[in-house]
Ligand binder design. Sequence first.
Ligand SMILES: [Zn+2]
Length: 479
Amino acid sequence: MFALAVALVGVSCSGPMNPVTGRMDRGTMSEQEELSFGARAHEELLQEHARLANPGLQQYVSGVGSRLAKHTHRPELTWTFTVLDSPDINAFATTGGYVYITRGLMAYLNSEAELAGVLGHEMGHITARHVARQQRDQQIGGLLQAIGVLGGAYLGGERGAELGAQLAGGGTQAGWLLPRSREHELEADRLGMDYLSRSAFNPRAMIQVIDVLKLQETYASDRARALGRPMQRMPGWLATHPSNEERLAQLHGRAYAGAPPDDAGRDRYLRAIDGMTFGDSREQGVARGQNFFHEPLGFTLRKPVAWQFRNSPQQLVAVSPDQQAAVVLALVPGMQGDHGRIIREVLKADSGRPERITLNGLPATYFLGARQGREIEATIVTLRNSDFVLAPLAQSREAQTRYRSEALFVLNSFRAMTAEDVRAARPRILRTVAMPKSGQFRDLPVATDLEDVETQLRVLNQAYPAGAIAPGRLVKTVQ
Ligand SMILES: [Zn+2]
């Protein structure tokens, strides 16, 4: 124990060794700080972003990650791999061995080797200590905040003001805002490719992963053009600084000795993700057209056509197209229908007038008041022993007036779900099936209400805009 303590002191004085460069990283997070930061970030992340409730799939991903871990520059780390229950296409790492991938990204991968490519890239960020090296100067809390980017804002709390800032900056869709640099991304790609090769995966899977990302870009821009909409900024993995072309050019230039293994684990992977939720999940709530359904909590909310829903575990936000106005819906736990207490303790109002009302048959309170001179307007409603706060927010008095009728439309739409709503809210799942004899994507069994379905199936199976999968081969469909 004593020797260990001495070693740790020594490490924190000189800066830890970088396992990839073999040199000391002066003035950066020590290894001990890296581990404890990673563990804290993990706790916080899982409070704000749900772990996918699919033990079989979690185990499968951990298995693939562990196979790689032995061959990284830091085999001694306790590596933790987590699949997040998010439809976003993303993967990221913090420090100390914590790696995350969303089911949204997993839906678009087509083999175990590609999954290994994503994990290997993220593991490269950890072994090369990218976050640890960047974060020493910043407060650790700052990084936690960046990780929690969307989840942070909740009504009435210290961070309530962030919502305004987020709406103003339009940054709420940005996904995981971990600091990224071009060099770090390219280095993580190289390391990922090396780890694939050392773990007896074909290193070219790293190239295929970038191709999957490129295809997302192509599809999104084709679709935006077809609908006459501006191209949206791509979130997460798609928004990394180096272009996919630059990433590909670098990887194509790398040579590996010996014949690459020919088993990419395509069928194993497709069987592992069979039954995985696709798009919105029951647990997080499902958006269908103008409606949002949250079956576990039993409510539904409706938005104007042009508005958007943004959903996070803490809150649901309906936001106007220019992001000048929004309605926030948040669950307030532990208040047992005591609306007066919510006004005092959650809204922290210091003046105002509550009025008992009924909202679509539910007991509710309309409140108009103020906190330290700032106006607060909210409707508190109780459904199935849960209390919700609905609050209209606007960037300016002008926007508040301009969007008044839309905001009221959203506010007044909150109601209990019916049996019919439950049917409409059924989440979609990925199914792995054999390609039919015709070899046509349109002959696959699909969820009938999926828009642009044949194209979406092509994108999912990396056969867009053209490409074929032979009859009898496994293929993904959406049901
Ligand atoms: Zn990266």
